[in-house]
Structure formats: C-alpha cells, structure tokens
Design a protein around this ligand. Structure first.
Ligand code: 3HC
Length: 285
C-alpha cells in the first residue's frame, strides 16, 4: 500500500498542521474545507509556521515555497477522489463525522485509506458508516502538530493489519513516531491528559490557587512544559469539554465528570487562544 497523495479534510488548527507535515515531507496534499475563507486561513497558518522554521535557518526559502506549492486548496471533496490516504480533521461531532465518512467512501478510490484525527469519537462507529470498514483508522495528531512527535494510530475493531502498517509507515515518513492503540474512549493520551487538565480546572473552581499558580506548580513540580490551564487554552476548552463528556458518557464513571467551571467557560464562549480568552488572555483571536 503506497501512499503518494494525501487529502486533509478541515483546514483549522489541526487540519492545517497535518497538511503542513505531509507537504513538508514531499507529499502532494489536497486541503479541503467548506468555505474558501477557512482554507485561506489554513494556508496562512501554514505559511507563517514555515516562515518561522525558515527564519531559524532550518528550512530554505525554496523548500518553503515548494512545500506550499504541494498544497492544493479546495472547497469541495471531489479532488480527494484519487488520494491514497485522507485524514479527516473536521469538527468533533459524531453525526457530522459519520456523514462525512459516508461521503468520502463514495468519492474516494477503492483501496484508499480513510483516517480520522478524532480526539475521542469511536473509530469503530465511524468505520461502520462506510462500505470499507477495514480501511478506516485513526491518525490522532497533537497540537501544535509541527512540534509534537506522536501519532496515535487507532485500530478500530474492523481495521486491517495492512492498513495499520501503511499508516505507521507514512507517520514515520513525515517525521512522527506512531504508537498503535485499540479503539476506546479517549484512546491513551486524552484518557490520561484531559482528566488531569479537568482536575486543574477543578482546583481553580474550588479556589485552591490562582490560574498562574496552578500552572506554575505543575511546571515546577511535575516538569510539564506548560501548566494544565494554559494547555486547555491551547487545545480549546470546547475540545477539552468534548473529550470529558465522551469519557463520562462512554465509561459511565463519575470520575470523568466535567468540571462545572469548564462548562461555564464554554457557555461563555471563552474557548482559549482561538477566541482570545480562556483561563488567560491572548492578544489576538
Ligand atoms: N511551527 C513551526 N515551528 C514552531 C511552531 C509552529 N507552529 N511553534 C513553535 N515553533 C518552533 C519555535 O520557533 C522554536 O524553535 P527553536 O527551538 O529553533 O527556537 C521551537 O519550535 C520551540 O518553540 P517555543 O519556544 O515557542 O516553544 P516551547 O519550547 O515553549 O514549547 C510547546 C512549546 C511545544 C507547545 C510546549 O509548551 C509543549 O510541549 N506544550 C504541551 C503541548 C501538548 O501537550 N500538546 C498536546 C495537546 S493534546 C492534543 O493535541 C490532543 C487533542 O486531541 C486534544
């Protein structure tokens, strides 16, 4: 199973990061989103990220231009027809994802692998929505994609071994380290990481300390590169809540109860960096 051309559905934070990783590694990429302004914003994010790498002397201006030139923007799914691998990074909504996978299944060529970057939705369920469940797999990337080395490769109940091997290989080719994980709520990273962040939010909710102090204690006391509240702001509070709800409903275990403060923050629209305000303030949305 050779992968040459890659499609990415969704040009947001994760989708643009994923498109960037493939384009830099020499793959032809179609980056699709539903509106031209979303695709253009994704391209701008990629250009800025590559220019940052180039400004450190880690990439030449020619290589930046070549990587950008390998990304074909699209507002329809049709150009994904001849892709060998499609990575979906759209919104975290089960109905939307199953509908999208049904569409991709109809459009993409036989043998193409359909991957989802879902942070917690059941891959087994997504796979079951298609006529090619053996070729559906999870490729879970981490934010910020250009810097984070892991790809959690999620094996749905139906996924073929050959598909797992192909996805592990392509992950290595784009400079990432794959780890294969069975399909389960939150997989491994989010099952461990997001409840920890939720507890950080509960510490704030219960008035144990100020946000800066909570984050500093975890940086200094546990050697984390950033504190749980700053990390929640980076991930997006809506995503954090989404993962907590998936764990809570999936395992039916009260230990995964989302923090009331997390729910309030999401209700208020304080979603973190992307809205300019979360537990901390940011200059721009
Ligand atoms: N593109 C390219 N290069 C970038 C970049 C980008 N977007 N952002 C930063 N860089 C470069 C910088 O220029 C810098 O280069 P240099 O070393 O040559 O100077 C280097 O990367 C480090 O940048 P910073 O100094 O800004 O970054 P830090 O050293 O402070 O690290 C961090 C930033 C990697 C974000 C670190 O704080 C970290 O690891 N935080 C935790 C992130 C994490 O846990 N992510 C997982 C979230 S969970 C998830 O995504 C799953 C989802 O399903 C919820």
């Amino acid at each position: 199973m050779e992968i040459r051309k890659v499609g990415v559905v969704g040009a947001g934070t994760m989708g643009s990061g994923i498109a960037q990783a493939f384009a830099v590694a020499g793959y032809d990429v179609v980056m699709q989103d539903i509106k031209d302004e979303f695709v253009q914003r994704g391209l701008t994010t990629i250009r800025k990220s590559l220019e940052r790498v180039a400004s450190k002397g880690k990439m030449s201006a020619d290589d930046v231009a070549a990587a950008l030139g390998r990304i074909r923007p699209s507002v329809t799914l049709d150009p994904l027809a001849d892709c060998d691998l499609v990575v979906e990074a759209a919104l975290e909504n089960v109905d939307l994802k199953t509908q999208l996978f049904r569409k991709l299944d109809g459009i993409c060529k036989d043998g193409a692998i359909l991957a989802s970057n879902t942070s917690s939705i059941s891959l087994t369920r997504i796979a079951a929505a298609t006529t090619r469940p053996t070729h559906v797999v999870g490729m879970h990337f981490f934010n910020p994609v250009p810097l984070m080395k892991l790809v959690e490769v999620i094996r749905a109940l139906q996924t073929d071994d050959e598909v797992i091997r192909a996805v592990e290989e392509v992950s290595r080719k784009i400079g990432k380290t794959p780890h294969v994980v069975k399909d389960s709520y939150g997989f491994v990273v989010n099952r461990v990481l997001i409840p920890m962040i939720n507890e950080g939010i509960n510490c704030l909710y219960e008035g144990l300390a100020q946000p800066e102090d909570i984050d500093d204690t975890m940086k200094l006391g546990a050697n984390h590169p950033m504190g749980p509240l700053a990390l929640a702001d980076l991930i997006g509070l809506d995503i954090v809540l989404n993962v907590m709800e998936t764990l809570y409903q999936g395992f039916e275990d009260p230990k995964y109860r989302p923090s009331p403060l997390l729910k309030q923050m999401v209700d208020a629209g304080y979603l973190g960096r992307k809205t300019g305000r979360g537990f901390f303030r940011y200059d721009q949305a």
